[in-house]
Design a protein around this ligand. Structure first.
Ligand SMILES: [Zn+2]
Length: 401
């Protein structure tokens, strides 16, 4: 990128954002104090209503708002905010649900201690949305160019996005890039995420009396034990593939040849090729005794997010903006999946982990850094302004599924 005007504007953006520190913290406090557990529809509805009516209000009216019912899960919203450039839209993904059950606030209240802010969901990922909103407000105040922004809010991410996945995939169409405001990894953005497979293996044998009729029975436990070894042998850590049979069960009594046994399996892969290899191996599982049967159910909860050329170029742009702020932006690859995986699989470049700087997602020590919040909001603003340039050399990534 030769044009460096977005670099010179970064200082002004950063100063404006730093000048609104108290308001950002107030927004974050209001948001965290509205508990939004993934499994509590009433609280999710109330939290989303507050985000829409209060947090997003200063951004002005969206050109289009899609409201998608989530059924028993949180509803999704898609807001199209017009840009001040001819560039294609940038997709912004923020989930508003948290893993924390209702009532957590009473024991783990929103609190500020120096640079450290604690509270349920503050890191994963309420600060991320606050940072994005203030980045957009900074760009509006400075009247700097930015691409159209399509903001998706979903309330079922922590459950694997069962209801919002099609909403996210359809919102990704036509986007030049996707920014995911999930928490960072010690400040690093995530340019690759593993795909996650969740499988269940059922072994069916023939139940019989262990002492009176040992030859008449076929042990499902024996079959499952062989399967467990075969599954663990599929792991290839050098290729980024891990396999864990985390739960097994089966049988009815010590003196009964087991007629049934089952296993719950977690698989993580770094490439679509490895996902295909695992799929083939699962499909090829056969019982050692032909009278037994083995069935596999489940599938890939989230596809692999590979670091394609488009994502590499997007990271390079972000790193350049960060450098303009005197910040070295690192990238990393992680084993956990996010909604960014869905978008990357469609060939849209994804920068994930652009959200909070802190630690302790899903843990009691969940916290963010205020300095990090200000820095990431400025980085986001600078990145959006850089993405407002209409670049004909845009690189798309290859769809993987
Ligand atoms: Zn999250």
């Amino acid at each position: 990128m030769k044009d460096t005007s977005h670099i010179s504007s970064i200082t002004a953006l950063r100063d404006w954002i730093a000048g609104h520190r108290e308001q950002m913290l107030a927004d974050l406090g209001d948001y965290v104090r509205r508990e939004t557990p993934s499994t509590d529809k009433a609280l999710l509805d109330a939290g989303l209503a507050w985000v829409e009516a209060s947090l997003l209000a200063p951004l002005g009216a969206a050109e289009r708002v899609a409201r998608v019912e989530g059924g028993e899960h949180g509803d999704a919203r898609v807001f199209d905010y017009p840009g001040r450039s001819g560039a294609a839209p940038v997709l912004a993904l923020c989930h508003y649900d948290t893993v924390w059950p209702a009532g957590t606030l009473a024991e783990l209240p929103f609190a500020v201690d120096g640079d450290r802010v604690t509270g349920p969901g503050v890191f994963d990922m309420k600060a991320g949305l606050v940072q994005l909103v203030w980045a957009l407000r900074a760009l509006d105040a400075a009247e700097l160019p930015r691409p159209p922004v399509r903001l998706v809010l979903n309330g079922d991410e922590e459950l694997g996005s069962p209801a919002s996945r099609p909403v996210i995939e359809s919102a990704a169409r036509g986007a030049r890039a996707a920014l995911v405001f999930e928490a960072s990894q010690a400040g690093a953005v995530k340019t690759a995420r593993k795909g996650v497979g969740i499988f269940r293996v059922e072994a069916r044998g023939v139940q019989a009396h262990a002492g009176l009729d040992p030859e008449g029975g076929v042990s499902a436990v024996d079959e499952l034990a062989r399967v467990v070894l075969a599954l663990h042998a599929l792991a290839d850590l050098a290729a980024g593939t891990s396999v864990n049979v985390g739960i097994i069960g089966g049988g009815t009594a010590r003196n009964v040849i087991a007629g049934h046994a089952h296993a719950e399996v977690d698989v993580r892969v770094s490439s679509a090729a490895e996902a295909a290899r695992v799929d083939a191996a699962l499909a090829a599982l056969r019982p050692a005794d032909p009278r037994a049967a083995i069935t596999v159910t489940g599938g890939w909860n989230r596809p692999v997010m590979e670091r394609g050329e488009g994502t590499a170029a997007l990271f390079a742009t972000a790193a350049e903006v960060a450098a303009g702020m005197g910040v070295t932006l690192e990238e990393c690859s992680v084993g956990g999946a996010s909604d960014g995986n869905f978008v990357a699989a469609l060939g849209v470049p994804v920068l994930d982990g652009l959200g909070a700087v802190g630690d302790g997602a899903h843990a009691r020590h969940e916290h963010i850094s205020i300095a990090g919040m200000l820095e990431r909001a400025a980085l986001t603003a600078g990145l959006l302004t850089a993405l407002a340039e209409v670049d004909t050399a845009d690189t798309a990534d290859t769809p993987s599924m």
